[in-house]
Design a protein around this ligand. Sequence first.
Ligand code: GLY
Ligand code: MN
Ligand code: MN
Length: 438
Amino acid sequence: MKIDQSQFSARRRALLQQMLPDSVAIIPSAQMKQRNQDVEYPFRQDSSFFYLTGFNEPDAVLLLIPGREEGESILFCRDRDKLMEIWNGYRAGPEGAIRDFAMDEAHSIDEIDAVLPGLLDGMARIYYSIGRDDQLDQQVREWLNLIRDKVRQGAVAPSELVMLDHLLNEMRLIKSEPEQALMRRAGEISAEGHIKAMQLCRPGVMEYQLEAEILHHFAMNGARFPAYSSIVGGGANACVLHYIENSDVLLDGDLVLIDAGCELEHYAGDITRTFPVNGRYSDEQRAVYQLVLDVQKACIEMIRPGVLWDAIHQKSIELISAGLIELGLLGGSVEEVIESGTYRNFYMHRIGHWLGMDVHDVGDYKVDQEWRPLQPGMVMTVEPGIYIAADNEEVEPRWRGIGIRIEDDVLITAEGCEILTAKVPKEIEEIEALMASA
Ligand code: GLY
Ligand code: MN
Ligand code: MN
């Protein structure tokens, strides 16, 4: 299951069509990153670069030049190198970039300083996302200065620098059918990983052991890496929103919150489930859990084309505030709680985010200063949570240290929505039954 090469070419064509004439887009690959002595982090391609090329090597730069007769897609990449390939594996080289990646033209990355100024000369504007890559920012400045130095010989330097992000991010925000299929599978593998963790869990198991079980399932299904560092937080660790130490023992009577999702062919899953370490929710845990679950389901129920992004978040605030008052965790009316913001002591993040090649995916949340309406093909998470700090002396001790989040991935469809992560249970009885039968 991969994106076909023809799709990458089609995306480049679509972007080229939106670019103004006399312009050049410069889009860099990711670079290798050092982890420690002689060890590098596993390579992860830049999402936008991969979206436009399918090319999975570092040290590459894509140029798009609309209307250029000799060809509109030009790739600079590493040369083939017998010795380096013995140590580090295959390189496509410029020949492979044309043959296998449908580039119109390709050069060695070593030639970029020699070739690029000539391509920029006479162009009106450069599309480039400045501020992401210091080395390339510096090179772009040098290329521009080289042209400026030759104006008396007739060279014409581009006069406009346009951030490329907007055009590209809007394309990435709407997922095509093949992307939806990959995200459906990423959601399924992620869901199965959570089921495995529920089945393995019992008092005395370590947080990292549940993480290991999940990562094993991801890798066994072709998703070698998670889309982000997995969160496995027992008891009050669940109230640390980005807890990734995962080093504590799981205790009888506590809940465990797991936020984990796989990355499959550069597409992310993102799921949170919160379940009892011993397989049975206590009365307090059950009450808070049911509230979060009801809020999550009510929010998903709202999702369809035309609904404003922020309306879903506002709904979650209203319902959580009302629920917290009903449980006696907050005083006052719903209006007072919302007005004063006291609900934020328990619910301090937003309802969700776009999901795609990046777990917090690209795409504007507002258009012309207004919250944007949902459209078919967008994918978002829905992840309300309630976190009662262990040192919150304003609530009865029995509530303290409970942290609960429930998160699913939702594709907006023409009729409404599809939950991509529905395979992992979230109803209390379903979770208890699953854990009892493990
Ligand atoms: N796992 C990151 C998030 O839920 O936003
Ligand atoms: Mn999320
Ligand atoms: Mn998450």
